[in-house]
Design a protein around this ligand. Structure first.
Ligand SMILES: Cc1ncc(COP(=O)(O)O)c(C=O)c1O
Length: 385
């Protein structure tokens, strides 16, 4: 049977491996508290659920790929309030089915190997979908390491002229998964300028902009001139709506027009009742404030524990993640070894190396278990660390 060699070459999605390991531990009767995957477990706000129910009709036809005008308007209004950026709902925004599908297929929309724009760059450790999307689009890939000594920003000075000119798209993701680092607006401004100079797209994955604890993080939507710039955002983390699948792409109208042309073929328009729920979600900040408070409390518990134990937490300015350095030991432990040791005691964390080579030496905690479970995990870690 023919199967794409790109698919065959793929290794198991790291989180599948992680959950297989957890099932093996559970089979031995050990209860596992899961800090592995960033899937929020808080209930979705009642108003949003009600809007979904009210959005059901006797017959639901195909949703239009461009999305409901009401939703595009709600997203524009949110972007204006949050980032002070005015977007045209008709030409600068398109709703997506969560952001993963849009991130995956974006290389297919912009890579142009015939004209030498054949390279997709992304940062690592990171969300694996930028690379996978690039591979399925037959693009060259370039991983840019995120190192602690550079504040987990890619070293743009290490990229040569030839490479800049071959880029079709450069992905950045701040606040960053997995390091929790944020980027200053100057970083986005410099990249937007480079994107225009070298004719590539700056694609900014901003899934975590709303989970912050100090100052609200910057967005590529704030660079002023959005030529060659697109931003991907989602309700998944902001509004605990991973199962709804609702996000958007916004930015350069030429790129949004390309997506409007591409997406009807792919069939990834969000269901209309989900779009109606999304209008309510983008229009409300109260539930987001509550989510930030809750993550903030859980975060404080772990920061206190790690400080007491002399375990170094780095990055971690925003997002639901803590990026924790593997503690020094006489016999050095890999991030996978450290994670395996914690899992043996029932605390599941993600080894940094699963998220990219530069993630070695760290583990990631997704602060998604309940506060009670966080306290139970802390009691376990008090003994293990
Ligand atoms: C960095 C990053 N981007 C995008 C996504 C995709 O989220 P969704 O497809 O639910 O919008 C995730 C999900 O974990 C993520 O971590």
């Amino acid at each position: 049977m023919p199967v794409s060699p790109i698919l065959e070459r793929q290794t198991t999605y790291p989180f599948v491996r992680l959950h297989e390991a957890a099932r093996r531990v559970e089979a031995r009767g050990i209860e596992v508290i899961d800090f592995g995957t960033g899937d929020p477990r808080e209930p979705t706000d009642a108003k949003i659920k009600q809007a979904l129910i009210d959005g059901l009709r006797d017959r639901m036809g195909y949703p239009a790929a461009v999305g409901l005008p009401e939703l595009r308007q709600a997203i524009a209004a949110w972007a204006e309030r949050r980032f002070g950026t005015t977007l045209d709902p008709d030409t600068e925004i398109i709703p997506t089915l969560g952001s993963k599908e849009a991130i995956f297929s974006f290389a297919q929309v912009v890579v142009d190997s015939e004209r030498g724009k054949d390279t997709v760059a992304y940062t690592e450790p990171g969300y694996p979908v930028y690379e996978r999307g690039a591979l399925f689009a037959h693009a060259r890939t370039l991983a840019l390491p995120l190192l602690e000594q550079n504040g987990f920003l890619p070293d743009l000075d290490a990229i040569d002229e030839w490479t800049w000119n071959r880029l079709a798209v450069l992905w950045v993701n701040y606040p960053n998964n997995p390091t929790g680092a944020t980027a200053p607006i100057g970083f986005f401004e410099r990249l937007a300028e480079l994107a225009r100079t070298h004719g590539f797209v700056l694609a900014s994955d901003e899934a975590y902009t709303e989970l912050w604890f100090g100052e609200p993080p910057a967005s590529a939507l704030q660079v002023g001139d959005l030529t060659n710039v697109v931003v991907f955002n989602t309700l998944s983390k902001r509004s605990s709506m991973t199962g709804y699948r609702s996000g958007f792409v916004a930015g350069d109208p030429e790129l949004v027009a390309a997506l409007r042309a591409f997406r009807p073929t792919v069939g990834t328009a969000p269901q209309e009742f989900v779009q109606r729920a999304s209008v309510v979600a983008w229009g409300d900040e109260e539930h987001v404030e509550r989510a930030r408070e809750l993550y903030g409390r859980k975060r404080r518990l772990f920061l206190d524990l790690f400080a007491e134990k002399g375990v170094r937490v780095t990055g971690s300015d925003a997002t639901m993640y803590l990026w924790v350095a593997v503690p020094d030991a006489e016999i050095p432990e890999s991030s996978e070894g450290f994670a395996e040791r914690l899992l043996e005691h029932g605390v599941l964390v993600a080894p940094g190396s699963y998220l990219g080579a530069a993630g070695e030496g760290y583990v990631r905690l997704a602060l998604v278990p309940s506060e009670d479970d966080c306290r139970r995990a802390i009691a376990i870690l008090e003994d293990v660390l």
